[in-house]
Design a protein around this ligand. Structure first.
Ligand SMILES: [Zn+2]
Length: 123
């Protein structure tokens, strides 16, 4: 049943009680408790982002997901702030110097989530 929120794949994590998801808003992996349903994005507390819906799947984090996460983390590290797009500098003003890159990674994250969920539902 669709809730109207973006659906994200909840991958198997090293810890049995948690799941990792590729965020459709920032391209980073976020860790949540391992149960399905709607969650508030960890990167959204200054932005009022819609919740996403976790669909638990039984595979480890794919290499392509790790690649997007690595790129996104690299940018957020440069911005010296773990908050995601639009990242904020120390004065809490939006730092838009990597806006396009982050939006590109977020778009990749959204399409990859769709693709992975479509694949597992046909198995
Ligand atoms: Zn995020």
């Amino acid at each position: 049943m669709s809730t109207g929120h973006p659906r994200v794949a909840g991958f198997v994590d090293d810890h049995p009680g948690t799941t990792r998801i590729l965020c459709p808003y920032c391209g980073c992996l976020h860790i949540h408790g391992r149960s399905p349903g709607n969650r508030v994005p960890h990167c959204g507390d200054k932005r009022n982002l819609p919740e996403y819906e976790i669909v638990l799947i039984d595979i480890p984090v794919p290499i392509e997901v790790l690649r997007i996460n690595r790129e996104a983390q690299r940018i957020h590290k440069i911005l010296r702030n773990r908050r995601c797009s639009p990242c904020r500098d120390k004065s809490n003003k939006p730092d838009l110097s990597y806006k396009e890159e982050i939006e590109g990674l977020a778009a990749e994250a959204r399409s990859l989530n769709k693709q992975i969920l479509a694949e597992v539902s046909y198995e």
